[in-house]
Design a protein around this ligand. Structure first.
Ligand SMILES: [Fe+2]
Ligand SMILES: [Fe+2]
Length: 168
């Protein structure tokens, strides 16, 4: 079984290689990707990962919380831009869409790198009981989103998915 932060890091790797945000835009694929980001990746971060980290008594807890708030504000920005991209696509504003898609990719990948630098390393301080239950909690968010769709977006096969989520 992988830890929640390992699961999120694998998602970041998959996101950085996702075709629909790297220039090979397709309307349906982008709509699915936005749904995955909002309902799954961001949901796991904001509902499971960040609250656990914020509850830990770090020496710099105040600064850390401010960092978390900044990261959450990024989530709103990322989703708003994704919504605009879909709107421009529906309205046939191809130039606008092609101009902003690289910005969306940059914003998202830089955001993910910040999480990996500033938040995820703190996961090492978390108790092993919480480590196990947090991966299970993530699993229920993934199932609400759709396990098959999630596996397709991240690139898991049955074996790798079972291993990461401790299903065997
Ligand atoms: Fe995030
Ligand atoms: Fe992330």
């Amino acid at each position: 079984m992988a830890s929640l932060v390992e699961i999120l890091t694998v998602e970041h790797l998959a996101i950085s290689r996702t075709g629909v945000i790297r220039g090979s835009y397709d309307p349906e694929g982008f709509v699915s990707f936005r749904a995955y980001m909002k309902e799954c990746h961001i949901e796991i971060e904001e509902k499971i990962c960040f609250p656990i980290l914020e509850a830990y008594p770090f020496n710099d807890a105040k600064t850390f919380s401010a960092n978390v708030e900044r990261i959450k504000a990024d989530h709103k920005l990322i989703d708003t831009l994704a919504g605009n991209i879909i709107k421009w696509s529906n309205d046939g504003k191809t130039e606008m869409l092609e101009g902003r898609l690289p910005l969306f990719y940059k914003l998202l990948t830089e955001h993910n790198t910040e999480e990996e630098n500033d938040l995820f390393p703190r996961w090492d301080s978390i108790d092993s009981q919480i480590l196990r239950s947090s991966s299970k909690d993530a699993m229920s968010i993934i199932d609400s989103f759709g396990r098959k769709e999630y596996m397709k977006i991240i690139g898991y096969n049955d074996s790798s998915f079972s291993y990461f989520f401790g299903l065997k």
